[in-house]
Design a protein around this ligand. Sequence first.
Ligand SMILES: Cc1cc2nc3c(=O)[nH]c(=O)nc-3n(C[C@H](O)[C@H](O)[C@H](O)COP(=O)(O)OP(=O)(O)OC[C@H]3O[C@@H](n4cnc5c(N)ncnc54)[C@H](O)[C@@H]3O)c2cc1C
Length: 449
Amino acid sequence: MHRDNEVANAFALRDGSNIAVIGGGPAGSFFSIFALKMARMLDREFNITIFEPKDFTQDGPRGCNRCGGIISELLVQTLAVEGINLPDSVIRKGIHSYKLHTNHGHVYIATPDFERTIATVYRGGGPKGMMKEGKESFDNFLLTQAVKEGAVHESLRIDRIEYKNKRPVLFSRNDEIMEAGLVVGAFGVNSTTAKIFEDLGFGYKEPSTVTAAIVEIHMSKDIVLKYFGNSIHLFLLPDRGIKFAAMIPKGSYVTLCILGQNISAGIVNDFLNKPVVKGVLPKTSSYSIECRCLPKMNIRAPKRPFADRLVMCGDAGSTRLFKDGLGAAYLMGKAAAKTAVFQGVSKEHFQKDYHPVYRSIVIDNYYGKYLYAIIDICRGNSILTKGMLSVVRKEQDIFFDRRKILSSILWDMFTGNERYRNIFPKALDLRTHLSLWKESAKALVKGEI
Ligand SMILES: Cc1cc2nc3c(=O)[nH]c(=O)nc-3n(C[C@H](O)[C@H](O)[C@H](O)COP(=O)(O)OP(=O)(O)OC[C@H]3O[C@@H](n4cnc5c(N)ncnc54)[C@H](O)[C@@H]3O)c2cc1C
């Protein structure tokens, strides 16, 4: 039979088809929620099983999918439109501003849209002892939504896939678990699971990653409020290895994320001892460091993220560079679900309908790389850093000015609010360049701002 006919006949999901989702993080849950909603629109029924060994109701490392936990205002709103309303029990804090710290001073950048707020969440139960606060984790909330839609959650780790009769068969500890009409790889980048897919030989190769750092800093709620308020504290320092760091307030904790090339435990210690960082934290007797980890972060998408009856979502596929991984998991999960339910599950179907969304994120990251290169130049040069601070201060002082270009570039770079390609034209704004050079020249002449 010609491949076109075979594709049309053999690769459409039929009622009762088994779909195996490997990983119950955001990408796996988003895929499942949307696939089940879309199937209902067509009056169809699929059996979706989410394989996820972690228990996201547990605090400490057992339930944690290591992350800063910033959910952009855009994602909060988009999910609400999709009928996924984040309850108060999931949100640890609403964020209204960024406080940007440099070696030459700081500045507040308020949310450009006062009606919209960034949410901060924990991906698991939070640091040890946190469950006492009666809150729910983001990943548990999403997984529960997927189960409510009709998915089944199996607390199993999949460790092998074989093909039988041209269909993928999943194994866990040598037990055959299921034959699937479609396998969704939503396993992130923090396990060895990519190897299972590499071994299938269709050309998938683990995404390129860097090592980041997360530190959970415990202090009383009052102290969090007093020192951090409703702001994310962002550090742009001239260190070579660190691109940026953020302190994200969450109830009685502050999550510190350090992103860069390859962050080590030593770099974390050095960072915590920097005068500008010590100036932001309360006195050392008022806080304790509860846990630290060095998770991997996807910085380059893999080639061949799909094959017949296989598709990757979230970090196992393409994600936004250095920000908004959760927004990218939403986009990829939905694109994969739409293709599988409305079109089919052959590589041709994924190439036509899922790949354009995948590729749009890959292309967007090229713009992101360029924009980070500009920020690297500014943070590495004290005169430009001073000029940048001065321009942003002036922009923030003018309440009604719609042209707060530099403020909005910085805001959008570090939230998931905007795609990099939409920030890019702002970075070419002539008036902002002139202001930056003027303020930098003033700093050079004065020796200070
Ligand atoms: C330091 C750091 C800070 C970040 N901060 C933010 C932020 O503030 N905001 C934001 O939007 N993004 C952030 N991200 C990115 C975000 O964490 C990821 O993009 C997001 O977690 C991707 O979701 P996912 O579902 O693809 O993968 P994951 O969240 O990694 O989930 C994968 C799941 O698959 C499971 N799994 C793995 N292998 C198997 C297997 N063999 N069988 C069964 N299950 C398996 C794992 O247990 C895990 O639960 C950050 C990342 C890092 C490293």
